[in-house]
Design a protein around this ligand. Sequence first.
Ligand code: GLY
Ligand code: MN
Ligand code: MN
Length: 421
Amino acid sequence: MRHYRRLRAALARKLTANALIHLEGGKPLPRNSDVDYVFRQNSDFLYLTGIEEPGCHLVLDPRTGKEILFVPRIDSHHRVWQGHVPGPAEARRSFGVGKVMYADELQKVVGRRKLVAKAKLRDALDDLRACKTRPELDLMRQANRISGAAHRAVMAATRAGMKEYQVQAVFEAACLNAGLKHLAYPTIVAAGANGAVLHYHRNDAALRSGDLLLIDAGAEYRGYAADITRTFPVNGRFTRRQKDIYSIVLETQKSCIERARRGVVSADLHVHSMRVIAEGLKSLGLLRGEIDGLVESGAVRLFYPHGLTHMLGLDVHDTAGGKRRKMKNPTKVPVRFVARLEPGFVITMEPGIYFIEALLKDPQLRRRHKSSVDFSKAEAFLDFGGVRIEDDVVIAADGPPLNLTDVPKEIADVEAACARC
Ligand code: GLY
Ligand code: MN
Ligand code: MN
């Protein structure tokens, strides 16, 4: 509770104007007649309170330091269907906010007062949320610990003949069994060629011996996300060809993690990852030419068409900070996430190589890159799918980052984790 109180005080310090901060929590979202979607609290509200109940509001007065939590007034009909919901007295004890009132009394408090403008509040929250505090990092470590154990359970349980959704069930059961109610994003389980679909969600194909399986999955711990990808052989043993591609991705990821340090610009790291992947694909004869040219012309993007990294926190693609931190992309390649890394940033490191029919068979791209891509060699990989390896790391004050993810990724360790008894 102290941790949330400190974050509220930090927000109030940033917004010292003579205006109230008003933040509305999430509301239940109807799915159809009497059924709501599963409720997940608004991330800003969770950040400042840790409260997972719907229908609340928070009001802070930066001038006086006063805090008021507003909770819904629950009638007996609601209690019959939804059970117990804390009232003001209980909420004050459980959530540690100085004063608690009913949500229908909100107007009485804020009605005639000036409120901090939404854009200003957004900016301040983004700035605060970008750098994780020590207690937040503890929550993120927990999310990774449980999601990591679920990934290891998946490696041990996967067999040829299973369906992708059965692998998903192994992952999600492990998270649920550990008490984690929410996934951080929809689980991707992609066997064989499906691994080349970046946001694959069908999860209904059969797993074949000899194919790779890509699983991108993470759960939330008290709102904080893990985002982990592993790619491993369905039958537990990498083929030569799979090892070749996997080793390039692994080398790229390790090299980027080593370089993910305070002051480095994320876009420069992305360009570095493109260079290492271009070198690797060149050594396999899939690309040819100078590395700079392969990166700048976009040839390497035919095999690696997504970003290396994004912020992680209460949202899986978390805020990188408010206006103060906005910066121009200093590189020649288009990159979505551009930020100078700061201690306390939690970011993913997720390079990948894919063989995507929509790109490799595109006539325009083939014309543009005909001198730098061996398309006939690449087409021989169209049944391959893709490899992505994704860990979550904390930028340190000094030196390399702290890796929160503990799931095998070295070839020998992956094979051992998949070993059949
Ligand atoms: N799982 C979503 C992502 O990796 O960005
Ligand atoms: Mn990610
Ligand atoms: Mn992911």
